[in-house]
Design a protein around this ligand. Structure first.
Ligand code: 3HC
Length: 310
């Protein structure tokens, strides 16, 4: 570091973090702090806009008008979450075009859970309860993030995620108490989304290269494994209370620790899907590329109008 005042500035920065102060866009921050936030927030934003696709496929096939309206509202929320988060990332100096180009060119990550297909209507329910439920646990933690714009975006997003989770949970409850065919439909959807939802929390803490720095600077305030355990302890009894099961024969309650414990995640699958070899990776990127191309005229018209208005 060729900045002679770097150590002093870093010490002041870390004192602010320790005091629970929020770091704002114009404040001094280590380059590594800025890079970590750009990485996390842009990937989070990508996850929101790609996350619209699995459920969006069912809007035209919702079983009734109420379900259609709820799903429409949820998918629209995800689009808004993406805009919120791209804006939060822009406060760190990266442009919207850089982030979108990285996504469309396959250079940027997004939550691997969205690279799985939605094979039936109950998948919409399972995504709401399991996937948005996992996202809420992660995002409630991020609402305490040391970077102001990210933590404030999370407050608004978590409020809407609460609705996303509840609408999914309500459907699973209804189907579990419905006809045998409905109960089976709910069980099959939980079987499909259980493991991809667990993968949303990331690798084990011991295999998480970013966690130490993120925890040191208050970007993360809880670790991947801590949040995953909270998810297990809430969802396993909740699913079992409905007469449904999780697709893990080793799942059991550990009296000694007071936690639910199951078998290991298939980490080969985890990394394979992240690296692009999941069932829907190509289809998701193709859909985003088409949406971007279809929206070109809107961007050009808005730019022309802004130029005409001077
Ligand atoms: N999918 C894709 N990539 C993942 C991943 C997942 N489930 N879990 C980890 N990774 C990647 C990380 O991005 C990192 O790669 P990178 O260094 O190239 O970015 C690598 O695997 C190692 O993982 P780490 O644990 O070191 O990474 P993090 O400390 O950043 O932890 C994380 C991973 C928990 C996803 C964290 O980045 C995070 O909390 N991100 C913000 C929240 C987020 O993106 N949530 C997505 C939810 S989807 C959503 O909200 C839509 C809602 O409507 C359902």
């Amino acid at each position: 570091m060729d900045d002679p005042t770097y150590d002093t500035r870093l010490a002041e920065f870390e004192t602010r973090i320790a005091r629970g102060e929020k770091i704002e866009p114009g404040d001094w921050m280590p380059d590594a702090y800025r890079k970590q936030l750009i990485r996390m927030i842009s990937q989070h934003a990508n996850s929101e806009v790609v996350g619209m696709l699995p459920e969006g496929a069912w809007i035209t096939r919702a079983p009734n008008l109420r379900r259609k309206m709820v799903l429409l509202a949820k998918v629209q929320d995800e689009a808004g979450h993406g805009q919120y988060l791209y804006h939060a990332a822009e406060t760190l100096g990266i442009s919207r075009d850089e982030m979108i180009d990285a996504l469309l060119e396959g250079r940027a990550k997004y939550a691997s859970v969205f690279n799985y297909p939605t094979l039936g209507w109950a998948d919409v329910a399972a995504i709401g309860w399991l996937v948005d439920g996992a996202a809420i646990m992660n995002q409630t933690m991020l609402a305490h993030c040391s970077y102001g714009p990210y933590s404030r975006a999370m407050v608004r997003i978590c409020a809407e995620e609460g609705f996303h989770k509840k609408q999914g949970q309500e459907m699973i409850i209804r189907y579990s108490q419905g006809t045998p065919a409905q109960k089976q439909m709910a069980q099959e959807a939980i079987d499909r989304w259980w493991w991809p939802a667990l993968m949303m929390f990331g690798p084990h803490d011991s295999d998480s290269p970013n966690t130490p720095q993120l925890m040191r600077w208050g970007i993360k305030t809880r670790t991947n494994d801590e949040l995953r355990q909270e998810f297990l302890d809430e969802l396993v009894p909740g699913i079992q209370a409905l007469g449904l099961s999780v697709p893990d024969p080793e799942m059991h309650y550990d009296e000694a620790t007071g936690h639910w414990v199951g078998r290991e995640i298939d980490w080969d699958e985890f990394w394979r899907v992240i690296k692009g070899d999941g069932p829907m990776n190509a289809s998701r990127l193709a859909a985003r590329r088409k949406a971007h191309e279809d929206g070109r005229w809107v961007r050009e018209a808005a730019a022309a109008y802004a130029q005409a208005m001077g």
